[in-house]
Design a protein around this ligand. Structure first.
Ligand code: SAM
Length: 220
């Protein structure tokens, strides 16, 4: 955890508000919100871009991240959102209320944790009718995964060029991500689906840009 925190304290300095592989899916995730969202939680909020979108659609948002530097920047950028509270902490150590949240979202974060225990912890914090929204990275395994990955390479470069005016991040930013990436381990989609047995009826979907999503609604 100390190394992950150090990695993201470093990465925080590079992040900008341009298009990326995670925020490409913000619209998709927001479409899954319940019609009435009083209490929302984001786990691994980074600089708070999605937390602010949630705050515009929810009564109150709690946004948690391991990296103090990410949270410092997130707070700086969220002064206009009085219904958004940022917390620094490791979600697995953090005390979450039971049966409480209408929505819990987590983007590109759960691969840093053991997925099964993390899903069970978040499940316990959802109230009946609440939704869990996970977007994360996976390890390609099947022919379909590799084909999707192949299509993603030019798609990603083209979208980067179109939306950010450049095909790649700066060398310093790429070095920080590459170093962090050496420590990242991703589950295969088969492993994700197996782990999601703890969430009966969960929808696991493979997306472009090396991402998958889990969408699950806690039964009423
Ligand atoms: C790849 S970044 C994604 C940030 C943000 N969700 C986004 O889409 O831009 C992963 C984030 O998860 C945070 N993180 C990693 N492990 C965590 C943990 N155990 N508890 C809370 N946050 C964690 C990191 O500090 C980092 O900010």
């Amino acid at each position: 955890m100390n190394q992950i925190q150090a990695d993201f304290d470093r990465i925080a300095a590079f992040a900008d508000d341009g298009w990326n592989h995670n925020n490409h899916y913000h619209g998709f995730l927001l479409k899954q919100l319940p019609p009435r969202c009083e209490q929302a939680l984001e786990v691994g909020c980074g600089r708070g871009a999605f937390a602010r979108l949630l705050a515009a659609r929810s009564g109150h948002v709690t946004a948690l991240d391991l990296s103090p530097e990410m949270i410092r920047i997130a707070r700086e950028q969220s002064a206009a959102y009085p219904n958004l509270s940022y917390k620094v902490g490791d979600v697995m150590e953090y005390e979450l209320p039971d049966d409480y949240f209408d929505c819990i979202a987590s983007i590109a974060t759960l691969h840093h944790l053991p997925l099964g225990p993390a899903l069970l912890k978040l499940k316990a914090a959802l109230r009946p009718g609440g939704v869990l929204l996970v977007l994360d990275l996976y390890q390609a395994e099947s022919a379909g995964d590799w084909l999707t990955s192949l299509v993603t390479i030019p798609t990603s470069a083209a979208l980067n060029l179109l939306k950010n005016g450049r095909a790649h991040a700066s060398p310093a930013e790429r070095a920080a991500w590459d170093e962090h990436g050496q420590r990242d381990v991703y589950l295969t989609l088969a492993q994700v689906r197996q782990t999601c047995a703890a969430l009966p009826g969960a929808r696991v979907t493979r997306h472009l840009l090396w991402r998958y999503s889990i969408i699950w609604k806690m039964p009423l």
